[in-house]
Write a protein that binds this ligand. Structure first.
Ligand code: 6GU
Length: 244
C-alpha cells in the first residue's frame, strides 16, 4: 500500500468505522492498509494491567512502560522498513494542521499509539525516538478521554490525501485550509433552488461570469476568515492595545 497504519489501543472497537466510506474503499483498492493492535496482548499478568499510579503522586493513572515497549518492538520488528513515524495523540502535542496531514500522508508507515488515563510513562517515547520519528500531536485546545477519537480524525484527514482515495482530486483544491487558497476558510456554497423560504442565492453565482464569481468567492473567503479565524490572516486576533 501507499500508506501502512498500525494502531495500538486498548479500545480497538473505536476503529470499526474506518471500514466505512472512502477509507474502506481505499483499503479494498490496496492504497491504504491498517492493523489495529490490542495493547493488552503485550501484558503478562492475569488482569492484563496497562496502568499504574503516578510517581510523585497526583490524580489518575499512568500507562505502564512495559506493554508499550513490547508493543512498539513487535510492530517495528514486523516492518524492517525505513524509519516509520510514531504518532502519539495528546493535548500536549504540536497542533495538527492540514500541512501535518500532508506530511503524514507521505510518511509510508505510521504507528499510532493511543494513550488513555493521564498519559503514557514518558520513557516510552524516549525509547521510541531511538527507533523511529516520534510526533506528539494535538487536535486542538480541549481534552478528550483518550487518543482514539483523535486518531480517527487524523486518519480520515490523512487518508483522503492519498492519490486515488478521493474520487475527484479537484475536491481537494478549493476546500478550507488548502494551500492554494492561501489557507483561507472556504466560501459559502449554494445549490438549487435559487430561491428557498424567501432566501435567495447571491445573484453573482447565477450570472455565468466566471471571473466575477471567482472574485466573489475569494472576497467571501477573506471576510469569513477575518470574522472567524483572524489568526489565519497573519493579523492579530484582537486589536493591539498600543494601537500599532
Ligand atoms: Cl490528540 N488527544 C487527547 N487525548 N485529547 C486531545 C487531543 C488528542 N487533541 C485535543 N484533545
Amino acid at each position: 500500500p501507499v500508506l501502512q497504519l498500525d494502531i495500538i489501543t486498548i479500545f480497538g472497537d473505536y476503529f470499526a468505522p474506518l471500514e466505512l466510506s472512502l477509507l474502506g474503499k481505499a483499503r479494498e483498492q490496496g492504497l491504504l492498509a491498517w492493523r489495529v493492535h490490542d495493547l493488552r496482548d503485550w501484558t503478562h499478568d492475569r488482569h492484563r494491567t496497562v496502568d499504574d499510579t503516578p510517581y510523585g503522586g497526583g490524580a489518575g493513572m499512568v500507562m505502564k512502560p512495559e506493554p508499550w515497549g513490547e508493543a512498539l518492538d513487535a510492530v517495528l520488528d514486523a516492518h524492517p522498513d525505513a524509519r516509520p513515524t510514531i504518532v502519539v495523540p495528546t493535548p500536549a502535542g504540536e497542533p495538527f494542521r492540514q500541512a501535518t496531514a500532508h506530511e503524514l500522508a507521505g510518511a509510508g508507515h505510521l504507528i499510532f499509539a493511543c494513550g488513555r488515563y493521564e498519559g503514557i510513562d514518558a520513557r516510552v517515547l524516549e525509547y521510541a525516538r531511538t527507533r523511529a520519528a516520534v510526533r506528539e500531536i494535538s487536535l486542538g485546545d480541549y481534552v478528550l478521554n483518550g487518543g482514539e477519537v483523535a486518531v480517527l480524525a487524523m486518519v480520515e484527514a490523512i487518508g483522503r490525501l492519498i492519490p486515488g482515495v478521493v474520487g475527484n482530486p479537484e475536491s481537494l483544491v478549493e476546500e478550507s485550509h488548502a494551500a492554494d487558497t492561501d489557507g483561507l476558510l472556504e466560501y459559502p456554497v449554494y445549490t438549487k433552488p435559487a430561491s428557498w423560504r424567501g432566501l435567495d442565492v447571491p445573484e453573482i453565482l447565477l450570472s455565468g461570469h466566471h471571473a466575477a464569481i471567482a472574485a466573489w468567492r475569494r472576497e467571501s473567503s477573506i471576510e469569513r476568515t477575518r470574522q472567524r479565524r483572524p489568526d489565519l490572516l497573519g493579523e492579530a486576533s484582537e486589536p493591539d492595545p498600543t494601537g500599532e
